[in-house]
Write a protein that binds this ligand. Structure first.
Ligand code: HEC
Length: 183
């Protein structure tokens, strides 16, 4: 009985092996792509920025909100709701949004602070390398610039300059992700 089971399991294993072999040419492509991907991952040249654990969590939560905001901006743009897209950009990504605080140094001109001076966002300025902070500032500035263009699109009906401005935002997302990691 046991022997029969073992034999039939061997048969099943063999059958899988043969099927896998027969499909090898197709899978080889996937395999090559996978290996390329692995090679890219092991050539990870991003600089590790050490944040205290809470700050890291806070940053990643902020990041997820950035992506959600971007997604809302795009769906509003595609529906012709340009003013709404501008509003999302201003409130969630622009220079006056709370998330921009983390990138503003002591000497960055900004509106008088209503938020507590020692907020987590504010403290982040001490942990980020200056070049990272500058990319962050460029991203927040690009989002504010986009909002201006999106409001103009509301009047002109032409969304192209706003879309060009939005691509400047995502360029900064990508630039920072290419250079830095927090874990
Ligand atoms: C100043 C640098 C910087 C900018 C600008 C930036 N990010 Fe990030 N982002 C990071 C870092 C660092 C991580 C963590 C990556 C890691 O450790 O692997 C991250 C992670 C993320 C994650 C993953 C979050 C998670 O839970 O793991 C998302 C999503 C993301 N960013 C979206 C965005 C979007 C969208 C933008 C632009 C609107 C943006 N980021 C701009 C630095 C930045």
């Amino acid at each position: 009985m046991r022997k029969t089971l073992r034999i039939s399991m061997t048969a099943v294993a063999l059958a899988f092996g043969i099927t896998a072999y027969a499909q090898a040419p197709m899978h080889q492509m996937d395999h090559m792509q996978h290996m390329q991907h692995m090679a890219a991952a092991s050539n990870d040249t991003r600089q590790l920025v050490s944040f205290p654990p809470e700050m890291r969590q806070h940053t990643l939560a902020n990041m997820r909100d950035h992506l959600e905001a971007l997604s809302e901006i795009l769906s509003n743009m595609s529906a012709g709701r340009y003013a709404k897209a501008a509003q999302v950009a201003n409130v969630r990504l622009g220079m006056d949004s709370p998330s921009a605080e983390g990138c503003k140094g002591e000497d960055t001109p900004s509106k008088p602070q209503i938020s507590k001076p020692a907020s987590m966002d504010h403290q982040m300025t001490q942990f980020m390398p200056e070049s990272m902070r500058n990319i962050g500032l460029s991203m927040h500035q690009a989002a504010s610039d986009f909002a201006v263009e999106a409001d103009k699109a509301g009047r002109s009906g032409n969304p192209k300059p706003a879309l060009a401005a939005l691509s400047k935002v995502t360029q900064q997302c990508a630039a920072c992700h290419a250079s830095y990691k927090v874990q």
